[in-house]
Design a binder for this molecule. Structure first.
Ligand code: Q46
Ligand code: ZN
Length: 335
């Protein structure tokens, strides 16, 4: 297979673009597409510093690489979820990436902010793990950007992620999720920062190829909680469609964004306020993250030690069980 551009050996066939490219030409192709997306969707300007949320995976590190290479002012943000070895390994990848390029990486530990790492938050709140995790990530990303004075956070969501989310929301006809599905979530309140997804037109296979050709050391393992997630089943369905009809995922997502999203968006009216506890944006009085932290505090608070038992006239060796039984009985039968 030959590169359509230079005639050299192609490393990747891009069926939906009806082309094949060698390593350097593919890197150029990938970067052009991402930067064109940033411009066309007015994600951020050259003057705006960008906080890039990195997870140690191929997508977010590829995004940081593209933006840094293009001369954007960027800082990385790593949210340490405290998910066992997965978090340790993914943090090391982000630190390595930043150190190699002399870039700044900020690390925020969920355990410091929520009171416990994600697996313990899940146990304390009895929420599905990904729901507790997603809520914490959105809250902490926004707060980190506000604290650092960044107007925008960029995440590494790719075409496969976005098409699978859209597919899931459509199956459920979840109107508010459909209204919120966009590559640019504008800041609709002074305490919200813009959230953008510059890779939303690039497939997972393309970002993996970019990371590989660029020699980026990323974590290949998925988060252990991703196993069995419905979004993975949706991705598999879409992959089968893409195999038989290249370009299906892009057509599905692009068509929705151009023709259908506005219909859902027009109906979505929410009133935003500031959380009375932390000052972050909420639709109620206390934000969901503060409530989650409260639940964690209650669940992890050490139980109060039982008051020392007073000496009892009948408290003789061998009578302890009897006295306890008498006390218990009097409580049970009390009117
Ligand atoms: S939400 Fe769920 Fe991910 Fe959080 S718990 Fe892991 S799989 S990391 S994108
Ligand atoms: Zn709050």
């Amino acid at each position: 297979m030959k590169c359509r551009k230079c005639g050299g050996r192609a490393v990747l066939e891009l069926r939906r673009h009806n082309t094949a490219l060698c390593g350097p030409d593919f890197v150029g192709f990938f970067r052009r597409h991402v930067l064109e997306t940033v411009r066309r969707w007015r994600m951020f300007t050259r003057d705006e510093p960008v906080l890039v949320a990195v997870s140690g995976g191929k997508d977010s590190l590829a995004l940081w690489d593209v933006l840094h290479d293009a001369g954007y002012r960027t800082i990385g943000l790593y949210l340490d979820l405290g998910i066992f070895d997965y978090s340790r390994a993914s943090k090391a990848r982000c630190e390595g990436f930043a150190a190699e390029r002399g870039l700044e990486l900020r690390v925020v530990a969920v355990a410091d902010e929520a009171g416990a790492p994600i697996p313990a938050v899940r146990d304390a709140t009895r929420r599905p793990t990904c729901s507790a995790c997603g809520l914490s990530k959105r809250y902490l990303m926004n707060r980190a950007a506000l604290d650092a004075g960044f107007p925008v956070v960029a995440t590494g969501h790719n075409l496969d992620d976005e098409a699978a989310t859209l597919f899931g929301s459509t199956l459920r006809w979840d109107e508010s999720a459909l209204a919120r599905q966009t590559p640019v979530l504008e800041a609709t309140h002074p305490k919200l920062v813009r959230r953008v997804k510059p890779l939303f037109r690039m497939s997972e296979r393309e970002t993996a190829a970019y990371a590989f050709v660029r020699g980026i050391d990323y974590i290949v393992e998925e988060c252990p909680f991703a196993r069995g997630a419905t979004s993975i089943a949706h991705k598999e369905v879409l992959n089968r469609l893409e195999d038989t009809s290249p370009g299906s995922k892009a057509m599905f997502l692009q068509g929705f964004l151009e023709r259908a999203r506005g219909l859902f968006q027009a109906r979505e009216t929410v009133t935003l306020a500031e959380c009375v506890r932390c000052g972050q944006v909420t639709t109620g009085e206390v934000c969901a993250f503060c409530k989650l932290r409260d639940q964690v505090t209650r669940a992890t608070r050490p139980s109060r030690p039982a008051p020392a038992a007073e000496a009892h006239p009948l408290d003789l060796p061998g009578t302890r069980g009897l006295i306890a039984d008498l006390h218990a009985a009097s409580e049970i039968h009390a009117p």
